[in-house]
Design a protein around this ligand. Structure first.
Ligand code: NAD
Length: 211
């Protein structure tokens, strides 16, 4: 089986992305090898978890020196990146949509926000940090033309569900929903939800436990 096609658990994929960022930081500091307990310390998880994830991707280090950081970064890239990169659309170029575009701007990653869509005439036919904003009417046409496969929904919450249906019909296979309206799964679409309030409530619950 092709390594990149392996069906890894969601959480492992999430951690692989975190490992790569930490490992790149270590490389930048001149470090060449790293032990699982060091990675674990950096990410506040257990060494067992790190070893399990690394075993899942079929990598092994030497007992004496630990893992070769460069090799691991390359291997993680082979698993989570695609050669041609992933093209992303932002749906709703408001505060959050712009924040995403700003955050990804000029980042050397395989993930590229290539278009935005909105219905507000003040935002349409303008670029924000090199990302052109199209009228929503052109959604299907542009997704098709540019080969966009992932969409980030940053519209008002009530728009999220019909938008997800429309995105699926347009050929989108991955959705990151940032509205507080939870979406039901859609066949053939990988869905990730990010609700800031839930995260904050979780934090505040644990803060309350400590008090
Ligand atoms: P915003 O009002 O600044 O932006 C929403 C944008 O969506 C606007 O540009 C609007 O014109 C556009 N829009 C409205 N209907 C549309 C449609 N049918 N198709 C395409 N675009 C449409 O809001 P925001 O602060 O950017 O928040 C966006 C979403 O993210 C909301 O659901 C909000 O609850 C959620 N959210 C925002 C934040 C934040 O920090 N701003 C944090 C967490 C979650």
């Amino acid at each position: 089986m092709n390594l990149s096609m392996k069906n890894l658990p969601d959480k492992t994929v999430e951690r692989l992305s975190q490992y790569r960022r930490s490992l790149n930081n270590q490389l930048a500091k001149g470090k060449t090898h790293i032990f699982s307990h060091e990675i674990a310390n950096l990410l506040h998880i257990t060494p067992v978890q790190v070893r399990r994830d690394i075993m899942l991707i079929g990598y092994s280090g030497t007992l004496r020196k630990g893992y070769d950081i460069k090799e691991m970064v390359v291997l993680i890239g082979k698993i989570i990146d695609t050669d041609e990169g992933i093209k992303i659309a932002v749906i709703g170029m408001g505060n959050l949509g712009k924040a995403f575009i700003h955050y990804m701007y000029e980042k050397r990653t395989k993930l590229k926000i290539v278009a935005a869509f909105d219905i507000n005439p003040d935002k349409i036919d303008k670029s924000y940090e090199d990302v052109y904003c199209y009228h929503l009417d052109r959604l299907e046409e542009i997704i098709n033309e540019m080969g966009i496969t992932v969409a980030i929904i940053t519209t008002p919450p009530e728009v999220a569900s019909p938008m997800a249906d429309r995105l699926k019909e347009a050929g989108i296979t991955g959705i990151l929903n940032y509205t507080p309206r939870a979406l039901s799964p859609r066949e053939g679409v990988y869905l990730e939800e990010h609700d800031m309030i839930t995260s904050l409530e979780k934090v505040s619950y644990f803060v309350k436990l400590r008090d």
